[in-house]
Design a protein around this ligand. Sequence first.
Ligand SMILES: C[S@@+](CC[C@H](N)C(=O)[O-])C[C@H]1O[C@@H](n2cnc3c(N)ncnc32)[C@H](O)[C@@H]1O
Length: 222
Amino acid sequence: MRAHRIDRPADLDLVRESYDRVADNYVDMVLTTGIGDIRRHPWLKASIDAFADSVSGLGPVLDVGCGPGTVTAYLAERGLDVSGVDLSPRMVENARRLHPECRFDVASATDLDLGEASLGGVLGWWSLFNLPRDVLPQVLAHFARALKPGGQFITATHVGDEDAVRTEAYGGVPVRWTTHKWRPERFVELIEGAGLRLVAELRLPAEEFTGPGVVVMAERPV
Ligand SMILES: C[S@@+](CC[C@H](N)C(=O)[O-])C[C@H]1O[C@@H](n2cnc3c(N)ncnc32)[C@H](O)[C@@H]1O
């Protein structure tokens, strides 16, 4: 299962540099406002708790696009063998500083070398929406093959039809990335098309600071 099977997004370097620039503000937002902290959002926390219960004892868990490691650390506290990877070196620096007990590496979701049936669980927690529409199915297929039979995948993403080009984020920091929003039905189709079986879907309405979202949990059939 070689990483080179996945097409490299044309804007990957721009996305990496953008997240490097916003990383410190993102951490500040999570720590001071609780936005992005599942502990402050009962339904997101419930989803992650259900994932944690489902992967317990299945094997290592990989948090892809872990950012500052908030969810990685939460899962580690729950006793899971979990590590995080993120495209942005600055996000990973923050994750290591905030959660020295966990392991974090710098890597793109498109450039992971995951062994067949090597993982009990994979997360793509608000971290796959920058992937171009034709690249996401390749990444999902890679995740599906990396899961053990019965292994669990959980993802959360923004709902809509647009490819929203962002030029600033998290306190006016200049960025250059596209948020590819998905209709939940299409998003689930892609996940099932990758060979995973739908376990649960949770739709989230728009809130004060965020648009609508969807959480999907799926598993590799036994
Ligand atoms: C909105 S943040 C979410 C971070 C974390 N999952 C959380 O919930 O706090 C999106 C993260 O996805 C990462 N990301 C974007 N594209 C990625 C890619 N191709 N591979 C790995 N990480 C990526 C960004 O660097 C950023 O840390």
